[in-house]
Design a binder for this molecule. Structure first.
Ligand SMILES: *[C@@H]1O[C@H](CO)[C@@H](O)[C@H](O)[C@H]1NC(C)=O
Ligand SMILES: *[C@@H]1O[C@H](CO)[C@@H](O)[C@H](O)[C@H]1NC(C)=O
Ligand SMILES: *[C@@H]1O[C@H](CO)[C@@H](O)[C@H](O)[C@H]1NC(C)=O
Ligand SMILES: [Zn+2]
Length: 584
């Protein structure tokens, strides 16, 4: 969340993969300082003085849904908001999160299947704990267990013709490195509450998601609420390693039971609030970038190193990588992408957005000059650059076995994050082209993704071979549309919650705007695309505007502020009640 939590500490292994890169990093990144030199640069000023086309005023830019509060369930909603504010309720909710944090449920990379790998059994006490800790929920909902530890809770609604609401979370956590255990202010699995924050691994990511939903439903049951629309919870248990044993089984189980396109909307963890040019924005992720790992392998004849060739496989690989990095994809801002829509929202709703940027963004759809100007300003910000374009990073390299033997093999792994407007095919095709160019120089035959790119005759007569394989790929997700009734209901729920939960606090008069976000990493929803076109990756879980923040995701001192956690409960309460009475 904050800069501190992004810093890697000595002895702490890097997180298993880049994920949940909080959007607030953009808030930090987008600063007047970052943009300043553009405004003072004469070339920019002169470009900008050129007469651009008039602003397109035919369609409203980034229209905002009105706050949506329950009506039919309005009295109950008000009663629950008041209940959530009592110290009795807060103590209970905090106790529930603290207890959940105290049961470690660590996920390691490359775990063997459930039943074979001993390390999964840490999930059993967690599930037993939930059954006892939420007695009304236990008695009223149905629990379907999938692949032993995956949890689907079904709260049956009275009207089965309505598509259910699906709320997702994961209850596993990233491991606490033994070497970092003593760096925690409060022990990592203490669940310690100091009156302000709940501390410990999972307190935020994502046991706060699991427990806030369960606390919400337990309270609704206490008030004898009977849902009209079915509510389904789906909790994965290995999201931190990619969901191969949890979400990958949960999604087909949901498909089998409910069918394709069967949910009104799906909400999972994801982007939160950012403060941008003086405006507060909620950024539900409407899309996720794709991903691809490309293995590059060079094979050449072996031999004694006393009679070396001019280039060994290692030298060739080095040349290949240099060429590859010198030809990285050029990031560019494209209209009609979610990132572009997000920037438009900043431009029209943030009070302090510089007018040169505002005008450039608003004209970008119709003027290439304006688009390029907006792009130049915004690409200065690493976090924006990372989501607008496909990225590449050479992350692994290997080769050679002995100091006096020529290396017969050298290999590297490139990790790509694929822009929402691109595809796995485009990305791999581009790689193949780049590598083929340089392989010819070293007399290497090229096999790219199962296809021999060099003529068969030449291949037989080449010095060695280059092979590219992509064992793991993921297309960019479909983009959840933001001009639909589910999105308006979702956005209106965020706004109503924001206002209701902050009535009495500083920041209560502030406004919140909703803009579509893009997740740079991937969560469990990667397996859920067939269940609904309306997937929002969102955590109503920080206190921007009030001056308190949570932090420490995937690092030491993970904690969540009690106010943020309580506001999550109000958010899910509002969402369930709103969805219950809406036409979706
Ligand atoms: C309720 O608890 C029992 C006993 O632990 C368990 O078998 C059942 O699955 C639980 N049901 C729910 C909905 O949690
Ligand atoms: C990309 O798509 C084209 C056309 O369908 C296909 O011929 C090619 O093999 C694909 N390339 C990769 C790397 O998947
Ligand atoms: C490529 O290597 C093969 C095998 O060493 C050799 O026969 C061939 O002449 C080489 N081709 C070129 C263009 O150097
Ligand atoms: Zn998470």
């Amino acid at each position: 969340m904050d800069a501190k939590s992004q810093t890697e500490l000595p002895g702490v292994p890097p997180p298993p993969r880049v994920r949940r890169a909080r959007w607030s990093t953009i808030a930090v990144g987008v600063s007047f300082l970052a943009l300043l030199h553009f405004f003072v640069s004469p070339s920019v000023r002169s470009i900008y003085r050129l007469h651009g086309p008039p602003l397109d005023t035919s369609a409203p830019v980034c229209p905002q849904a009105n706050p949506v509060a329950p009506e039919k369930n309005g009295a109950l909603w008000n009663e629950l908001i008041a209940f959530h504010a009592t110290s009795e309720f807060i103590t209970r909710a905090v106790g529930q999160l603290s207890a959940a944090v105290q049961i470690p449920t660590e996920t390691f990379d490359e775990m063997d299947p459930v039943g074979e790998d001993e390390r999964w059994v840490t999930r059993a006490p967690f599930i037993e704990h939930l059954a006892a800790a939420f007695p009304l929920l236990n008695a009223s909902l149905e629990l379907q267990r999938v692949n032993t530890y995956g949890l689907i809770y079904i709260w049956q609604g009275s009207d089965t013709s309505l598509k259910p609401l699906l709320l997702m979370s994961h209850y596993d956590v990233v491991p606490v490195a033994p070497s970092s255990a003593d760096q925690w202010t409060h022990p990592a699995y203490s669940g310690y509450f100091d009156g302000e924050n709940i501390w410990g691994r999972g307190s935020w990511d994502d046991k706060s998601g699991v427990i806030s939903k369960l606390v919400t439903i337990e309270a609704l049951l206490e008030k004898n609420f009977v849902p009209t629309r079915t509510v389904v919870l789906s909790f994965g248990f290995d999201e931190e390693a990619g969901g191969a044993h949890g979400a990958r089984f949960l999604a087909p189980a949901l498909l089998e039971r409910f069918g394709p396109d069967s949910f009104a909307m799906i909400v999972d963890e994801g982007g939160g609030f950012v403060e941008q040019f003086g405006g507060i924005f909620a950024l539900p992720g409407v899309a996720e970038k794709g991903a691809a790992n490309v293995n590059i392998e060079i094979q050449t004849p072996g031999g004694h190193s006393s009679i070396p060739p001019e280039y060994t496989s290692i030298g060739m690989l080095a040349a290949l990588i240099v060429h590859f990095e010198n030809n990285a994809p050029v990031p560019s801002l494209e209209v009609d992408t979610p990132v572009f829509e997000m920037l438009q929202c900043f431009a029209v709703h943030a009070p302090d957005v510089p007018s040169v940027l505002k005008r450039a963004v608003l004209r970008a759809r119709r003027s290439r000059t304006a688009l390029k100007l907006a792009e130049a300003m915004l690409l200065e910000i690493p976090a924006v650059k990372a989501v607008v374009s496909t990225t590449q990073a050479v992350d692994v390299i290997n080769g050679g076995v002995k100091s006096n033997a020529l290396p017969e093999q050298a290999m590297a792994v490139v990790n790509h994050r694929i822009a929402t407007q691109s595809s796995v095919n485009t990305t791999l095709t581009r790689d193949a082209g780049l590598f083929k160019e340089i392989a010819a120089r070293f007399n290497l035959s090229v096999t790219a993704f199962g296809e021999l790119l060099t003529p068969a005759a030449a291949a037989g007569a080449s010095y060695g071979s280059l092979s590219l394989r992509a064992p793991e790929t993921l297309e960019p997700s479909p983009i959840s549309p933001s001009d639909t009734p589910p999105f308006h209901l979702f956005a209106g729920t965020i706004r109503a919650t924001f206002h209701a939960a902050r009535k009495d606090v500083k920041g209560g008069e502030k406004e919140i705007f909703i803009a579509p976000g893009v997740m740079p990493g991937n969560g469990d929803t990667r397996f859920y695309w067939d269940l609904s076109p309306h997937i929002y990756r969102y955590g109503h879980d920080n206190l921007i505007g009030i001056g308190e923040e949570s932090g420490g995701i995937h690092s030491v001192d993970e904690h969540i502020h009690v106010g943020a956690f309580m506001e999550m409960i109000t958010f899910f309460t509002t969402l369930i009640l709103n969805a219950d009475e809406a036409m979706l």
